[in-house]
Design a protein around this ligand. Structure first.
Ligand code: AMP
Length: 275
């Protein structure tokens, strides 16, 4: 499957992409992650991208398109891919179309993750990333303690860091840029009949379920965790069936009113005869 996840910063594109990677076995291609890696390695691309990233603006299309062309040329993308954070404007969307048309591998779906503005700001404030494995956590909604696992790269507890562009001023600019440059893509893909929008608020598992449904992927039924009170009730119920089963046998079933009258009738007749 070739998928684009569309949504504002903080809408959960990264988190949900990681879920899709596990379930669909196709790679996540996050232009934000690729750019951050280039900055961390100190490459020429990273050097040119850094200023725009730090101020919350979009990195130049020519840089991003060169990077994405190279990444989509790698063999692991043949089975499909999840684009996270790309395309970010109409020029990038057209360029992606041409790129995929040339290899006859058009997109299958574009899913828009819808989240309220206030919720986005809250989520970004609590967002932390493991500096070693890149897994995304949220101090409010999915803290690493809840995940109960150590970092798969180091075997130690996750080393959480906050992204430098997750500060208040930059977040406001990134949300503004989203509205101006990226939101028009909703209409662009809707007009092509490719857009599926989901409510991306609520707990992470629920959103994953909605996302899988939107993609038409069969969702395995999850077992609900058994609450303590429900578990007690279940135990109480298992103690009584023996009695109930016995009560249902013909002998022990309580006689109905007509049956009682029939049973008393011979005695009545005998008394009448005696009189
Ligand atoms: P993200 O991790 O997707 O929130 O991206 C972080 C930053 O990287 C953005 O604020 C932009 O500065 C830059 N960036 C990521 N993807 C793109 C893109 N497709 N086009 C331009 N800039 C991008």
């Amino acid at each position: 499957m070739r998928i684009v996840l569309l949504g504002a910063p903080g809408s959960g594109k990264g988190t949900q992409s990681q879920r899709l990677v596990e379930r669909l076995g196709i790679p996540q291609i996050s232009t934000g992650d690729l750019l951050r890696a280039a900055v961390a390695r100190g490459t020429e691309l990273g050097r040119q991208a850094k200023e725009a990233m730090d101020s919350g603006r979009l990195v130049d299309d020519s840089l991003v398109l060169g990077m994405i062309r190279e990444r989509l040329g790698e063999p692991d993308t043949r089975k499909g891919f999840i684009l996270d954070g790309f395309p970010r404007n109409l020029a990038q969307a057209h360029a992606l179309d041409h790129l995929l048309e040339a290899v006859k591998q058009p997109l299958d779906a574009v899913v828009q993750l819808e989240v309220d503005y206030g919720e986005l700001v809250k989520r970004i404030a609590g967002r932390r990333t493991c500096a070693d494995c890149g897994r995304v956590f949220n101090l409010m909604t999915s803290p690493p303690a809840g995940a109960n696992v150590s970092c798969p790269k180091t075997g130690q507890p996750h080393r959480l860091v906050q992204r430098p562009d997750d500060n208040e001023a930059t977040v406001a600019e990134r949300l503004r840029v989203y509205d101006e440059k990226t939101r028009p893509l909703v209409d662009f893909y809707r007009a092509r009949g490719m857009l599926r929008a989901i409510d991306a608020e609520g707990d992470v598992d629920t959103v994953t379920r909605r996302l899988m449904q939107a993609l038409g992927v069969r969702v395995p039924k999850t077992r609900r965790p058994v609450r303590k009170s429900a578990a007690k009730k279940a135990v109480r119920r298992t103690k009584t069936p023996a009695k109930r089963v016995r009560a249902k046998t013909p002998k022990q079933r309580r006689p109905s009113a007509p049956a009682k009258r029939r049973a008393k009738a011979p005695a009545k007749r005998a008394r009448a005869r005696r009189r």
